[in-house]
Write a protein that binds this ligand. Sequence first.
Ligand SMILES: O=C(O)[C@H](O)COP(=O)(O)O
Ligand SMILES: [Mn+2]
Ligand SMILES: [Mn+2]
Length: 570
Amino acid sequence: MNFEVQGIRVNISRAHRWKLRPHPKIRQGKKLMVIILDGWGEQIPDEYNAIHVAKTPMMDELKKTAPDRWRLLRAHGLSVGLPSDEDMGNSEVGHNALGAGRIFEQGAGLVDSALKTGKIYEGEGFKYIQQAFAKNTVHFVGLLSDGGVHSRANQLSALLKGCVNRGAKRLRVHVLLDGRDVAPGSAIKYVEALESELEELRKGGIDAWIASGGGRMAVTMDRYENDWSIVKRGYDAQVKGEAPHKFSSCGEALKKLLEMDPKLNDQYFPPFVIIDSIGQPIGPIVDDDAVVTFNFRADRMVMAAKAFELEIFDKFDRGKLPKIKYVGMLQYDSDLKLPKKYLVSPPQIDKTSGEYLIHNNIKTFACSETVKFGHVTFVWNGNRSGQFSHSMEKYVQIPSDVGIAFNMKPEMKAIAIAEKACDALASGKWDQVRVNLANGDMVGHTGDLNATVIGCEAVDQAVKIMLDAVEVVGGIFLITADHGNGEDMVKRNLKTGAPILDKGGKFQVLTSHTCNPVPIIIGGKGLQKGVRFRRDLPGAGLANVAATFINLHGFEAPWDYEPSLIEVLD
Ligand SMILES: O=C(O)[C@H](O)COP(=O)(O)O
Ligand SMILES: [Mn+2]
Ligand SMILES: [Mn+2]
């Protein structure tokens, strides 16, 4: 559409037309069930592939019986906006791509560029913390590893140096140990590397130390408000200098805590505080200090950001809130403007499929359990809080188990989610019913192969329940995943694919995601005859899914979306 402003002819970009054209061949009005299997990739079918070992009759049948409606998608690296194809996929980038139908450069890459160009030091966020450089301490809180999912250690190193070069004199790092996006037991390697970097800084006259720490699943990095006690433990250690364990260095902390519990995985380490020779914590956060949370990914930092920043806060007793200059590596929630100040702007993910759907009268019901709830809502909608329309969308959260590792109850809430989805479908109120089943991922991250097998079996049962409901209403289903995890529970020789065994012949556990592709399957009575996957998109990835389901709703996809995966044969 064209119009004139001050004599200049303006063409309103087609992207701003929310109304979608009817698909020339696919009818509107069919109910669509979209099922995201979190952490469900495709990999060599051997004994370390929990999805293969699991009895999954439903998923097996779908793969065997519909070759034209089953294919693989790329779910890692450049296909989901990560810096390189060495980067495994993750829930945030995966669900962003699924919901937005396009690939956006993600936090990892945005921070890399801002550090490389030096832009990070020119922004408002950096100037804010710089006020503390001369007389106060700058604290860095975040995940210490090179997993690249939530943070990266080389970005922390660059930032520490960048602060010192610009006048910071006193630095404290509050480390969160990983063992989830990287190998269990590898925390010591990252701690040693950081300790030697801080030692170098000390040689240059900078007062720089690790001040506290703990495992990421026990300290600070909870998400979607599942368990505030995790954030409290972090706050107590980082701000108040209080923790059940006190040591004279972080290296000593890791060693001693492992002696006390040799099976302890990095991600579950209890909180600890580093103390000086007279037993005082060496780096509590006090008035006028600056604090940087150096994770770029939002979901597991939002709660800590609230604890550091919100004046009105009732989740736990913070005591007297110090007056700090707090910034996030990124802004973690742009709707809540949280935190107010940040070092790098987050990706601007606009015009997501959810917004198109409501403009085209497609009503959506989304559901998952707490630990993945934000994935199928907030992240799916381009990191946007709440619904686009209260009357046309409903989001339901099933409470996750709290206080246990998920290998203790690997079935998680898969069946409860499936039942909710079936009720939603049967109610006739919703055109798209979207769920996320967490098991392949959350149980996979524990590294417990047997439990992951049980978790994957629960997923298969849940899928069957939902597909039966689709059948009853004559609808369509689309099943896919956000990245791999459960299909590979062992570290492998990268060239041969053979599992790496330790000296005792035991396999080395893989707790992280993978770079494997994920399946996508479409079907159901309501799927029009002749619909099949195109054969000309061999490199397609998660960003191609949104155009696909928009087609299945009977519309043409927006012109700037990655191409749809389907074609209709006459
Ligand atoms: O946060 C986590 O649990 C892991 O680092 C990544 O898992 P997710 O991307 O599946 O959430
Ligand atoms: Mn995931
Ligand atoms: Mn995961």
